[in-house]
Design a protein around this ligand. Structure first.
Ligand code: HEM
Length: 411
């Protein structure tokens, strides 16, 4: 779909294979602070590539997060088999505004406060220790995929325990989450994923209604029986889905990216190994800035015509947030923005977004990474990459920014 706008402003097509996130982000930045982006299916949207302007956008009250305000949804261009529909058409806090947003976010907030998350530390230590014990047995010729056997199960086990997902359902759940974040899916796969995720989540709600536990799903169901502000079945299912997707794919990416950064920057690794908990916290924050696991996040829709850096964005258009890209914006992070440096004075990054939709799980994500990374290097201090860093295959996605596998040698 070409339109009159694309003839007037710089245009870029995002690579659905995510082959070069940071190169692509640098090219977008070079085109300007606001660029026209063409998504699969020739769907035109916008992206704000400048850190400061993106920070303003995410706090702008006249910009909606509700996909029902996207003109291409309203005119039927976005169909239910569009490859990216699973990231757009959901009904939960991340796609709602104002009072509805508050109603959908509030019942979940308490579980993820700093204090409540800190109480999860002992269980997290147990999970991490058991996984580390098991790694040697999973190695083939001395090589083990750390993404598969460590970075993935840490957040997956935590979020599934918090939401009451039975152990035997998790492999299918993982495939479904994987499919949602990939941007190289076919129309058939999109339709099957949407069908199967509904089926799995409805089954989960039925199970927890029949056999309530100490988990968040059971709590939301109980609240539903008592409270007029309660979530509808669709909101309930999509909220649990949001927690399962946001709570695992992102932190998995953070752990992978953190290990990759340290193994490819031996001087930084040495500082981390000789440091304390504060040093590891810097490792995590610098990884979030330098290599945020969220690449280009959809989407925001102006409720009135908007002008950003002299570019007119009509009401009802969609705008992406390139969170990993702005982490290396030199106009905000300075001329060394593209260097991984844990001694950098702490600067505010946008890896967790900002404004009313700022990441609800940031305390949990930080705790998981701050525990998983030092525990890994304490147990296996001679850890090394088993392949050349250039051979690491990226996740095929412009939403996720990480490696699809992380083969390492433990000793
Ligand atoms: C490194 C890990 C993580 C990163 C980088 C991350 C990043 C983000 C970002 C950028 C947003 C805002 C998106 C936007 O609307 O523009 C967000 C929202 C959200 N995140 Fe995270 N996240 C992470 C981990 C988690 C975890 C562990 C959870 C666990 C529950 C979680 C739950 C959520 C939820 C529920 C929202 C929606 C908040 C709202 O719309 O009000 N995230 N996250």
């Amino acid at each position: 779909m070409t339109d009159s706008v694309t003839a007037q402003v710089p245009v870029i097509r995002l690579d659905p294979m995510g082959a070069d996130h940071h190169g692509e982000a640098a090219r977008m930045r070079a085109l300007g602070p606001v660029v026209r982006v063409i998504l699969p299916g020739e769907v035109p949207v916008w992206a704000v590539t400048d850190h400061a302007l993106l920070g303003e956008l995410v706090t702008n009250p006249s910009v909606s997060k509700d996909w029902r305000n996207w003109s291409l949804v309203q005119d039927g261009t976005i169909t239910d088999d569009w490859p990216l529909v699973g990231m757009i058409k959901v009904t939960n806090m991340v796609t709602s505004d104002d009072a509805v947003h508050v109603r959908l976010r509030r019942p979940v907030t308490r579980t993820f406060t700093r204090g409540r998350v800190e109480q999860l530390r002992p269980r997290l230590n147990e999970i991490v220790d058991a996984l580390l014990d098991n790694l040697p047995a999973l190695a083939t010729d001395g090589v083990v995929d750390l993404r598969q056997h460590y970075a993935y199960p840490v957040p997956m086990q935590m979020i599934c325990e918090l939401t009451g997902v039975p152990v035997e359902w998790r492999p299918r759940l993982r495939e479904l989450v994987d499919s949602i974040f990939r941007t190289n899916t076919t129309a058939e796969e999109v339709v099957a994923t949407q069908r199967d995720r509904h089926e799995l989540l409805n089954r989960l709600v039925d199970l927890r209604r029949a056999e309530p536990g100490e988990d968040l799903t059971s709590a939301l169901i109980t609240m539903g029986e008592a409270d007029a502000e309660a979530l509808t079945q669709e909101e309930l299912i999509d909220t649990i889905w949001l927690l399962l997707t946001a709570g695992h794919e992102t932190t998995l990416g953070l752990i992978v990216n953190g290990v990759r950064a340290l193994l490819t920057h031996p001087d930084q690794l040495t500082m981390a190994l000789n440091g304390d908990a504060e040093t590891w916290s810097r490792v995590v924050e610098e990884t979030l800035r330098w290599d945020s696991p969220i690449g280009n996040f959809p989407a925001r829709y102006p409720l009135e015509d908007l002008t950003i850096a002299g570019v007119d964005i009509p009401r009802g258009d969609a705008i992406l947030a390139p969170y990993s890209g702005v982490g290396r914006d030199p106009s905000y992070h300075g001329p060394t923005a593209d260097q991984f440096d844990i001694t950098r004075p702490p600067a505010k990054h946008l890896a967790f977004g900002g404004g009313p939709h700022i990441c609800l799980g940031a305390h949990l994500a930080r705790l998981e990474a701050q525990v998983a990374l030092p525990a890994l290097f304490a147990r296996y201090p001679d850890l090394s990459l088993a392949v050349d860093p250039a051979e690491l295959v990226p996740v095929p996605s412009f939403f996720s920014n990480s490696a699809a596998g992380l083969p390492v040698r433990l000793a």
